[in-house]
Write a new protein. Sequence first.
Length: 159
Amino acid sequence: MAKLLEIQTGEKNPILRKKSVKIKKIDSALKKFAKDMKMTMIEKDGLGLAAPQVASNIRMIIVTLNSKSNHERVTIMINPVILEYGEEIVVAEEGCLSLPGQWMEVERFKNITAEYMSLEGETHVLKLDNLNARVIQHEIDHLDGILFIDRVNEKTRRV
């Protein structure tokens, strides 16, 4: 049975600021942790959740792709990387479960190509745009100790 995990909060939190390590082995403990992360993301009404946000500095994220559409799906990504960035940059408001109550305008690439491994050990490549691309960029930043507020111009900051 999945359990709710505690969300790490605060822009100076050392867990959130540490670079996460690559996952070398997919085992039953990792699969259980992924289920717990998924439940936590859904319960907390997030579009994505990175392992550091629940106190584990490993390279795994969970994202909701195609949110609020007939094609919505929760995807677990192990060792995700962005292979390619599009040329267009878009600005949109972002928030984060680790920085409750903060919403700010953030520049992100409109299109990306990402590669990751599934819990079954299969490699997948996705071409993503708009909100899907934004969520992946936001969550991969977490794996590198970067919070969305680090990408914000002081003038656009709203707390």
